[in-house]
Write a new protein. Structure first.
Length: 324
């Protein structure tokens, strides 16, 4: 169970999202990434005007065919590129709490820091930690307003897939397998306590208990962005954490240096930096050992045997193997 703030582009779209208890994402790489990253049972709020609006639980995820003219949102055309986007990826939501709270509140500090260091939104969604969710669950009041329902029964659904082959890409049904999708698959994989416990043992971290940790998506720092952050969900006295850098290809020396910089910036409570890539050369491994960076190879056999793979198939096929 995770909590996300979903960016909304304008006031009209926010009102439509609230009116129908519905979140929608475009037929773009960011849209399919967000749709894949958020799971049924997760919690979300809408993010607009530097405020968090309402608290919802994700009930149903649907990808709708031929959604170009499907309400409630109008297609968006960008003047710079001339490309038009619509909203095939949808989350049906159950309203829980009504609120409209400024991100200036201390309760939203985790997300606000990410926004500040990024210099604005420029992302479809931001993951907040469990402390934020607990705080938001006490703000505002219980949602007691009626929600209108859209009839989408006449539209067929599909499962978006990913491919290694550029010439096979055909949004919104087929997208290129990218680093963002790999990050999401690894986050989901490590959100399972057994998988996380196995990784902790493999990288010789015995002081942390998997069930007391949470695996976060991208974390902004002054020097860049950590791909994944493992942290204590409810820190007491100490706020121990592990930084993870993810690369789809082979590891490079600069990846080691980048991760070590992030680890140092996080301070002494950062117990380890982990680099997860497709493979390591002997030279890179030597540099990783010299800098104390943990090295892990990912495997996705399903991508090698099938041209089109769903996100769920990616997650199930994923394996992480430490490289000594």
């Amino acid at each position: 169970m995770s909590y996300f703030l979903i960016s909304v582009s304008n006031r009209q779209n926010l009102e439509l999202c609230i009116r129908y208890a519905l979140a929608g994402f475009t037929n773009s790489n960011n849209g399919v990434w967000t749709f894949s990253d958020i799971r049924e049972g997760d919690y979300v709020s809408f993010l607009y005007g530097a405020k968090a609006h309402n608290l919802y639980r994700v009930e149903i995820k649907e990808a709708l065919k031929n959604a170009e003219t499907l309400p409630p949102w109008q297609p968006v055309t960008f003047r710079m590129s001339g490309l038009t986007y619509y909203f095939p990826f949808r989350l049906k939501l159950a309203p829980i709490r009504k609120l409209s709270e400024s991100l200036v509140r201390s309760e939203f500090s985790y997300v606000a820091e990410n926004l500040l260091l990024r210099g604005g939104y420029r992302k479809t969604h931001f993951q907040a930690d469990q402390t934020t969710l607990q705080s938001v669950s006490q703000l505002g009041q219980l949602y007691d307003e009626p929600v209108e329902k859209l009839d989408s029964s006449r539209y067929k659904t599909f499962i978006p897939c990913f491919t290694k082959f550029k010439d096979e890409v055909s949004p919104p049904e087929i997208f290129r397998f990218t680093e963002l999708i790999l990050q999401g698959a690894i986050r989901h994989y490590l959100s399972d306590d057994d998988n996380l416990s196995t990784l902790l043992g493999q990288i010789d971290i015995e002081s942390l208990e998997a069930s007391k940790l949470e695996v976060m998506g991208e974390k902004a720092l002054p020097e860049g962005h950590i791909d994944l952050l493992i942290k204590e969900a409810n820190p007491i006295g100490l706020a121990r954490k592990i930084t993870i850098e993810v690369k789809t290809g082979l590891a490079k020396i600069q990846d080691i240096n980048q991760l070590k910089m992030y680890q140092n910036e996080m301070g002494s409570e950062c117990l380890a930096g982990v680099l997860i890539t497709k493979g390591f050369s002997r030279r890179v491994l030597q540099e990783a050992r010299a800098q104390g960076v943990k090295t892990v190879e990912y495997g996705l056999d399903v991508l090698e045997v099938s041209p089109f793979v769903s996100f769920e198939e990616l997650r199930k096929s994923l394996c992480l193997n430490p490289v000594p």
